[in-house]
Design a protein around this ligand. Sequence first.
Ligand code: DGL
Length: 270
Amino acid sequence: MAVGIFDSGLGGLTVYEAVARAMPEVPFVYLGDNAHAPYGVRDADDIFQLTCAGVERLWDEGCDLVVLACNTASAVALKRMQETWVPADKRVLGVFVPLIEALTERQWGDNSPPREVEVKHVALFATPATVASRAFQRELAFRAIGVDVEAQPCGGVVDAIEEGDEILAEALVKGHVEALKRRMPHPQAAMLGCTHYPLMQRVFQEALGPGVKVYSQAELVAPSLKDYLARRPEFLGPGTASRFLTTGDPARVSSKATQFLRRQIRFEAA
Ligand code: DGL
């Protein structure tokens, strides 16, 4: 009854940790496409092809349901995948909607018309491809009116995290927050729209200041997925083993993952 978790690299581990904690009985198979990370600077076709290849690999592991723990893939490729590619007996879910539902104080699947919400000024931090897709603004407009979104493409942060260079990642995050604050001096909330960024959440929060509520996906996706599986248990696939797979170098990826999660993680070649 395994479930697949896909990311371009290490960032999806933040989501993996939260869902594995929330559902200890479910085996999760994680696939990081580290050989092709970062996705955030690739074009839409490239992201679509790579994401489909990763999802197929997880189907081979017996995961009929795959969570794209990657905003770039969710924002750029998921709609096209769902409309043209995913067969009826499989599911691919993204990580965007739970974040927006939390911001707009909605329950899962509440499709009522958009309404005014408390938060009016929102900062979005994401990869260049996610920002360019405007998927966040599109999904938000279905649910809320009158929310001003200022998006900051955070070039370089994913590369620095994948390289394990925390000092560079920290400096880049501070620079991106400053750049955003020049355009929106007083955001009320900040969305970390990339699953790599929770690894830098403390730095975002300090740079934004204590008055800004920082939303990160890991904790929001877990209850959404649990709820989904309770309603659609048929999508718990036939796989039985938890595994960590990578298209990159397993030894190198294991060591970076261990550094970030601060516990031993062993990746195998995908
Ligand atoms: N963790 C991915 C995301 O959430 C990173 C994308 C990338 O590889 O640039 O967007």
